[in-house]
Design a protein around this ligand. Structure first.
Ligand SMILES: Cc1cc2nc3c(=O)[nH]c(=O)nc-3n(C[C@H](O)[C@H](O)[C@H](O)COP(=O)(O)OP(=O)(O)OC[C@H]3O[C@@H](n4cnc5c(N)ncnc54)[C@H](O)[C@@H]3O)c2cc1C
Length: 599
């Protein structure tokens, strides 16, 4: 069963039919590429993922890294996987040719990452974080720092982390306490403890570059006083060679439910005389810089959840097609062969639910990645700005919907297998445990919901929200004239109307009283997410409807499946929107008024 790795046909559909990825070739940045380059990258990603990542997914889970007080030990396959990832050029894939990169579009790189996530989410966390850290260095570090640290990060000699969380603060970054004291030579000495830092220690690379949020002595309280520092595990000499150990110590490893082959570290900075840290960009602007990495990581976390959802779906499907059990209710003859469980209505329902969540979240995350791309390389300034605003508004939805429903797809996968799903002989239980992290890290569901309702919806006069509504209306206009899609369009139009009403009502509630108004932010985000994914399912249905008549065999099945799934999503998943919306517009605050002492 280990050869089941996403689905090439699905990824091709997402990239080249749902998104017009080939059109990127018209942009000057990609003028030297052709479709073959994109396809070759995907093929390489699939091969490297299958050969170097998938085979040790279960082994890494069963043999998590250990710390003997001096060194971290982990299974050797992890290092081979890191090396293969770096050798294939994926660490530098997005970067300029001049920097040794491949100038691969964001959306193609993320589609490649889906293969790695699907193969082994824990081992790919090291390169995933390193790509984000390198992007941060590239965007905000000064030339000297960039020249010293970026090339080895892109080559795979140095890896990277993001170090935000502390023992005393997780969601509330404004309260972080790690201190940065200016030194005479223009660098800083960092003092404090960071917790939950993924990839914070290991021996996969010569050096680890920590991107650390800290407060310069005397800086204002709250988020405005936070700066960003580059703090290497080993100091780097002027000639680029790795020098003395910096004052960054591993205090211990955390033991997790999933993602076990990723080290989760507690790091002590400055337990001796202070860890040498280099200020990145300007003082007190650290959080705004870090948001670049966090936003990138939020889409990446969503994509991780979508990839695990997809794995859970195809493994459950594979099992259901083989497992004989029981007979149809109207067949009372025990002498007839048993039905395969895929034939049972309840199992089909579960598989279809998994399909709409897995393919819906994949579509959502790749769409978001295409917006990242457009925000950087779209032809006109207006297109770039619109993409950036849409992306900014949708990021909490992308992260949260994919994490919540991706996890649900993994959970349903266990149910499809029955008892087998609960055993470690099958990968479903690991997918579930791994996927359980995604609604937590990179900002919990509750924090994303407050971000959407309290900040993103109204930012820049609500442009992002208006752009989204305009996109949906444009799709509805086309779908209304399509024989298969017109009934689905009517359902989505109703859902959009509900979203509009709820949004207006909640914005008024927030303006009147932020605490009460934000009390139901999470169910609002959920409702919002279902409309967004409903829109993406309608777009998939439209493509299927247009293409079906010209297809045969497995291609007909593929598009027929898309239509059926879109139908299911619109009728079943959007059905409860109205009652959920009423609770929100009625300002139902039952949970808020529950008192601590009544629990
Ligand atoms: C496996 C793993 C890997 C991680 N990797 C990294 C990493 O590489 N780098 C890094 O810096 N961090 C990392 N983290 C930390 C992660 O981002 C935090 O765990 C997360 O942001 C939540 O913070 P917390 O755990 O302190 O929970 P808390 O902030 O204590 O939250 C607990 C609960 O309270 C809710 N809550 C908190 N504040 C509010 C509020 N104002 N309004 C409403 N609800 C609220 C939350 O939604 C949550 O349900 C990782 C965590 C894990 C588990």
């Amino acid at each position: 069963m280990t050869d089941l790795l996403l689905n090439e046909r699905e990824l091709r559909f997402q990239l080249y039919e749902l998104l017009d990825t080939e059109a990127l070739l018209q942009r000057p940045r990609y003028a030297e590429h052709d479709r073959g380059v994109f396809d070759a990258s995907l093929t390489t990603a699939r091969q490297v993922a299958a050969e170097f990542f998938a085979p040790h997914n279960a082994k890494g889970d069963a043999n998590e890294p250990t710390f003997d007080g001096e060194r971290v030990h982990m299974i050797p396959e992890t290092k081979a996987a890191w090396d293969a990832f770096a050798a294939a050029g994926f660490l530098a894939a997005q970067h300029d040719f001049a920097d040794g990169g491949l100038q691969l579009p964001e959306v193609v790189l993320r589609a490649c990452m889906a293969y790695f996530n699907a193969a082994n989410i824990a081992s790919v966390a090291y390169p995933f974080l390193s790509i984000g850290a390198a992007n941060l260095v590239k965007a905000f570090a000064d030339v000297k720092l960039r020249e010293r640290f970026l090339p080895p990060m892109l080559e795979g000699r140095f890896s990277g982390t993001m170090a935000l969380t502390e023992p005393g603060q997780g969601s509330a970054l404004g309260d972080l306490r790690t201190l940065a004291r200016p030194a005479d030579d223009g660098t800083y000495r960092i003092f404090g403890q960071k917790m939950f830092i993924s990839g914070g220690d290991h021996e996969l690379t010569e050096n680890i570059v920590h991107m650390v949020l800290a407060r310069i002595e005397g800086a204002p309280a709250g988020t405005k006083g936070i700066s960003l520092f580059l703090v290497p595990k080993f100091l780097v000499n002027a000639d680029g060679s790795v020098g003395l150990r910096n004052d960054v110590a591993l205090a211990g490893l955390l033991h997790k439910m999933g993602y076990r082959n990723t080290t989760s570290t507690v790091l002590g900075f400055g337990e001796r005389d202070g860890a040498v840290g280099y200020l990145v960009g300007e003082a007190h602007q650290g959080l705004s810089y870090m948001f670049q990495m966090m936003n990138e990581a939020r889409i990446g976390v969503g994509l991780g959840a979508a990839s695990l959802a997809y794995q859970s779906y195809i493994h459950a499907l594979d099992y259901a097609r083989q497992r004989p059990q029981g007979r149809h209710p109207n067949n009372k003859n025990p002498l007839t062969p048993q039905a395969r469980i895929v034939e049972h209505a309840d199992v089909r329902r579960m598989l279809l639910q998994q399909k709409v969540y897995a393919e819906g979240s994949l579509a959502l995350c790749l769409y978001a990645s295409s917006l990242v791309e457009d925000a950087h390389t779209a032809t006109t300034e207006l297109e770039r700005r619109n993409a950036a605003e849409l992306l900014d508004m949708l990021t909490p939805v992308v992260k949260t919907w994919s994490s919540r429903y991706g996890l649900l797809a993994s959970e349903i996968g266990i149910q499809v297998l029955g008892g087998a799903g609960y055993t470690r002989e099958y990968p479903l239980e690991q997918y579930y445990r791994d996927n359980r992290l995604n609604p937590i890290h990179e900002g919990t569901e509750g924090i994303q919901a407050i971000d959407l309702l309290g900040r993103k919806l109204g930012s820049r006069g609500g442009d992002g929200y208006r752009l989204f509504v305009a996109e949906v209306l444009a799709t509805l206009l086309v779908a209304n004239n399509d024989i298969h899609c017109a009934p689905l369009a009517a359902l989505l139009a109703d859902a959009l109307g509900i979203l509009e009403q709820v949004t207006t009502s909640l914005q008024e509630q927030v303006a009147a009283d932020a605490t009460l108004g934000l009390a139901n932010a999470t169910p609002y985000l959920d409702l919002f997410g279902r409309v967004v994914v409903g829109w993406l399912w309608l777009r998939q249905a439209l493509l299927a409807s247009r293409t079906l008549s010209a297809t045969q065999g497995s291609e007909t099945d593929f598009y027929q499946g898309k239509l059926q799934a879109a139908h299911y999503f619109m009728t079943w998943e959007l059905a409860s929107l109205e009652s959920q919306a009423r609770l929100l517009t009625d300002a139902n605050h039952i949970a808020y008024y529950m008192r601590d002492s009544w629990f």
